[in-house]
Design a protein around this ligand. Structure first.
Ligand SMILES: Nc1ncnc2c1ncn2[C@@H]1O[C@H](COP(=O)(O)OP(=O)(O)OP(=O)(O)O)[C@@H](O)[C@H]1O
Length: 702
C-alpha cells in the first residue's frame, strides 16, 4: 500500500509540475501596476509615449502570450482576478476571417537559422531527459533492494545523485541556449519586419495605423519566437520521454503496456480538436490586441488634445471596451482549455487506475513474476508517457496557434512595395537569410544630375488620385514651372491639392499620369534618394524627433555634420538667436515630436533642418503659420536671401497675403489645375481674378 502511494505521489508531482508552469508564466506576464492607476500630475509628467505604449503592449503581449502558451489547466487571469483578452473582431462579427495561410514550415525555417544553438539545447535536453527517465527504473531498484535488504543501496543512491547532477547541468544549458535562440530569432525577425515596414510605399501607411504596425514588432515577434523555441523544446522533450517510457513499460510488462497505451488515442484526439478550435481564435486575438494598442498609441501621443477636451474618461472607456471585447474570446478559450485539461487528465488517470488494478493483481498473483518495484517503475513510466503525449499535443497546438501572429509578421515581410516611394535598398543588417522577405527591387534608375545642374522644376499635365481614394481626382492636369532663383507661391482653397504637389515632387506618391521633372529630367528617372537630397520640404506640421536641437537638424544629413554648418543653417533660417535663447541652446531636448517647443520654435527648427543640406529646391508648406508677423518677416527675408544666393527654386504654399506678396509669381490651384499664374500685383489688379476673390471673399463672392 505504501509503495503504491509513492507512485501516486509521483503522479501528482508530475501533474503539479506540468500545470503550474503555465500558471507561473501567467503570473509573470501581468505587471504589478495596473494601468488605470497611473496618475500623471501634469502633462509634463507624461512619460514618453513610447514608454507608456510599451507598458500597454506588455499587457497586450501578456494576454496574447498567456493565450498562446497556456497549458490545459491555466485560465487567463490578471492580477485583479479578472479574466483578460478577447477580440473586437469577434464582437464585430469578423469571425469569418480567413485562416492564416502561413505554413508551420515557415516558422520552423526561423528555427533552422539558429540550428547550432537549438541543436546544442536539444542535445542538453536529451541528456537531462534521459537521466530523468532513469529515475523510475532506479526507484524500482531501490524499492526492491530495500525489500530484499540487499547491500547495494548506498551505491544505487550515489549513482542516482551523480545522474541528477549531470541532469541539472544539462537542464541549465538547455534553458539558456533555448532562451538565447529565442532572443536571436526575435532580434532578427524584428529587424526584418522593421526593414520591411520601412520599404513599403507611402500609401501603405495611409491604410495602416502606426500603433498596429508597432504592435507587430513589439508583441507578435516575441510571441512567435518564444512560442517556437519553447514548444520545440517541449516537443523534443516529450518525444524523448515518451519513447523512453514506452521502451521501459514494454520491457517491464508488455501485457500491462496495452492498458497504458489505451489512453493515448483519446489524448491525441482531444489535442487535435483543441488545437483546431484554439487556432481559429488566435488570429482574432492578436488582431484585437493590435487594435487596442492602436487606440492606446494614438490617444497617448495626443494626450494634450484628449486632456483639452476632458476626454480621459472617454478614452479610458474606449480602450477598456477594446480590451474587454477580447473577453468574449477568452471565455471560449477558457472553456476549451478546461475541457481539454479535464479530458486529458481523466484519460491519463483512468489509464493509471487500470495499470494499478491489473498490475496490483499481477503482483499479488503468486504465479506472476512482477515485483512490487517493477510495478512502481511501471506506474511512473505510465504517468510519464501520459504527460509526454499530452505535452506534445499541447505544444503542437501552441505552435499552430503562433501561426496567427506569424502570419501578421510575414504578410508584411513578404509584401512587395507597390511603387518606389522608399529609398531603402540594401538588405537588413545582420539578419538570417530565411527571414528576409521579398528582395527590394533594384531602383529603376540611379541617375543623378551633374553638380551645378539647372534646378528647374516642372509639372506637365500631372494627374493624381490617392491610392486609398481611387475615385477622387485630386490633380487634373497641373502645369507649372519654377526656375532656379525664383519664388513661386501656390495659393488655393483648403484641400485643393497644394501639399499633394509637394508630396509628388518628393516622390512620396507617383502621379497617375503626366510628368514631373527636375533639371529637364523626369524625376521618375532619377535616383530617389538623390532626388530627396536635392529637395527640402518644410511641412505644414513639421515633426521633430525626441532628441536635441542639434540632433534634429543633423537628421537631414547622413553622417557627421559640423556645428559650423548647423549654425550656418540656423542663421539662414533666422533662428540662431531663438535657439540660443533656449535653456540648453543647441543641446535643448525637444521632447517627443518636439512637444517641448512652441509651434513657432518647431517650425524654425524644421526650417534649419531643411536648409542644412543646401537643397536646390525648397518647398515651404505653410511653414510660417505658427510664427508671429514679425518673426515671419524675419524668417522669410533670411530664407529668401539664402535661396537667392544658392540659386534655389522655392515653392511656397501660402495663405497669408504677406507670403504671397513676397513671391515672384503666384499660381492659383483650383479644381485640380493651375487656373491662373502671375505676379501678386498683376493678379490682384484683375477684376475677375481667382486670387482676388480668394483674398477678398466678402467683396466679390465666389
Ligand atoms: N494621404 C491621403 N490619402 C487620401 N486622401 C488624401 C491624403 N492626403 C490628402 N488627401 C486629400 O487630398 C486632397 C488635397 O489635400 P492637400 O493636403 O493636398 O490639400 P491642400 O491644398 O494642401 O490643403 P490645405 O490648404 O488645407 O493644407 C484633400 O481632399 C485631402 O482630403
Amino acid at each position: 500500500m505504501h509503495r503504491l502511494a509513492v507512485s501516486a505521489r509521483y503522479a501528482s508531482y508530475f501533474s503539479r509540475v506540468h500545470g503550474p508552469k503555465s500558471l507561473q508564466r501567467s503570473a509573470r506576464l501581468f505587471p504589478s501596476q495596473p494601468l488605470h492607476r497611473a496618475n500623471f500630475a501634469s502633462q509634463s509628467d507624461v512619460p514618453p509615449t513610447s514608454t507608456f505604449f510599451t507598458r500597454l503592449q506588455r499587457l497586450g503581449l501578456a494576454a496574447s502570450q498567456t493565450f498562446q502558451s497556456q497549458s490545459a489547466s491555466a485560465p487567463l487571469y490578471n492580477e485583479n482576478g479578472k479574466q483578460t483578452a478577447a477580440s473586437p473582431d469577434a464582437a464585430r462579427g469578423t469571425s469569418t476571417q480567413e485562416e492564416p495561410k502561413l505554413e508551420l514550415s515557415r516558422l520552423l525555417q526561423l528555427a533552422k537559422e539558429e540550428r547550432h544553438l537549438i541543436g546544442f539545447a536539444l542535445s542538453a535536453q536529451l541528456i537531462s531527459a534521459s537521466s530523468i527517465m532513469l529515475f523510475p527504473f532506479a526507484l524500482g531498484k531501490v524499492v526492491d533492494t530495500v525489500s530484499s535488504s540487499a547491500p547495494e543501496l548506498d551505491a544505487l543512491v550515489a549513482l542516482m545523485g551523480g545522474v541528477f547532477a549531470i541532469s541539472a547541468v544539462a537542464s541549465a544549458a538547455r534553458v539558456s541556449a533555448m532562451s538565447l535562440a529565442g532572443s536571436r530569432i526575435s532580434r532578427d525577425l524584428r529587424v526584418s519586419l522593421f526593414h520591411a515596414i520601412m520599404k513599403q510605399e507611402t500609401a501603405f501607411f495611409d491604410k495602416r495605423q502606426s500603433g498596429e504596425l508597432v504592435n507587430r514588432l513589439s508583441s507578435d515577434v516575441p510571441l512567435v519566437a518564444r512560442t517556437l523555441t519553447d514548444n520545440l523544446a517541449k516537443i523534443i522533450r516529450a518525444g524523448v520521454t515518451s519513447t523512453a517510457s514506452l521502451g521501459f513499460i514494454l520491457y517491464l510488462s508488455p501485457t500491462l503496456s496495452l492498458v497504458t497505451l489505451g489512453s493515448i488515442p483519446p489524448i491525441l484526439g482531444f489535442a487535435v480538436m483543441f488545437g483546431r478550435a484554439a487556432r481559429k481564435l488566435s488570429r482574432k486575438l492578436v488582431d484585437a490586441l493590435a487594435e487596442a494598442t492602436q487606440v492606446a498609441a494614438e490617444r497617448t501621443s495626443a494626450i494634450r488634445t484628449v486632456r483639452t477636451f476632458g476626454a480621459e474618461d472617454i478614452e479610458t472607456k474606449r480602450y477598456a471596451n477594446r480590451v474587454d471585447e477580447t473577453y468574449h474570446l477568452a471565455k471560449k478559450v477558457a472553456f476549451a482549455d478546461g475541457l481539454y485539461a479535464g479530458s486529458v487528465q481523466l484519460s491519463a488517470q483512468m489509464s493509471l487506475c487500470g495499470v494499478l488494478w491489473f498490475g496490483g493483481r499481477m503482483v499479488i498473483d503468486p504465479l506472476n513474476p512482477m515485483t512490487m518495484g517493477a510495478l512502481t517503475s511501471f506506474s511512473m513510466y505510465a504517468v510519464n508517457l501520459g504527460v509526454a503525449v499530452s505535452g506534445m499535443g499541447t505544444a503542437y497546438g501552441q505552435l499552430t496557434r503562433a501561426l496567427g501572429a506569424g502570419h501578421r509578421i510575414f504578410e508584411v515581410i513578404d509584401r512587395e512595395p507597390d511603387g518606389a516611394s522608399s529609398t531603402i535598398c540594401e538588405q537588413p543588417p545582420n539578419v538570417a537569410h530565411s527571414q528576409v522577405g521579398v528582395p527590394v527591387k533594384p531602383k529603376a534608375s540611379l541617375r543623378r544630375l551633374q553638380p551645378g545642374y539647372d534646378a528647374t522644376v516642372s509639372f506637365e499635365d500631372v494627374h493624381f488620385k490617392y491610392p486609398t481614394q481611387p475615385d477622387t481626382a485630386i490633380l487634373n492636369g497641373v502645369n507649372l514651372t519654377v526656375r532656379p532663383g525664383e519664388i513661386i507661391a501656390i495659393a488655393g482653397a483648403s484641400g485643393s491639392g497644394k501639399s499633394t504637389m509637394s508630396s509628388l515632387l518628393s516622390r512620396l506618391y507617383e502621379p497617375t499620369s503626366g510628368t514631373i521633372s527636375l533639371g529637364n529630367e523626369p524625376i521618375a528617372n532619377l535616383d530617389t534618394a538623390w532626388l530627396r537630397e536635392q529637395i527640402a520640404v518644410v511641412a505644414q506640421e513639421p515633426v521633430l524627433f525626441n532628441g536635441t536641437i542639434t540632433e534634429n537638424i543633423q537628421y537631414a544629413m547622413p553622417g557627421e555634420v559640423s556645428m559650423q554648418r548647423i549654425q550656418r543653417a540656423a542663421r539662414a533660417a533666422a533662428s540662431h538667436d531663438m535657439i540660443l535663447s533656449l535653456p540648453n541652446k543647441y543641446e535643448t531636448m525637444v521632447g517627443e515630436r518636439g512637444a517641448s517647443l512652441s509651434g513657432g520654435q518647431r517650425a524654425r527648427t524644421a526650417l534649419c533642418r531643411a536648409l542644412v543640406r543646401d537643397p536646390r529646391v525648397l518647398v515651404l508648406d505653410e511653414h510660417s503659420a505658427a510664427l508671429d508677423a514679425e518673426s515671419e518677416r524675419a524668417v522669410a527675408q533670411a530664407v529668401y536671401t539664402s535661396a537667392s544666393e544658392l540659386n534655389m527654386a522655392v515653392i511656397t504654399i501660402a495663405h497669408r497675403t504677406s507670403s504671397l506678396r513676397r513671391a515672384d509669381r503666384v499660381a492659383v490651384l483650383a479644381d485640380g489645375v493651375v487656373i491662373e499664374i502671375g505676379s501678386y500685383d498683376d493678379l490682384m489688379k484683375q477684376e475677375d481674378s481667382c486670387l482676388r476673390r480668394m483674398l477678398n471673399p466678402t467683396r466679390t463672392p465666389i
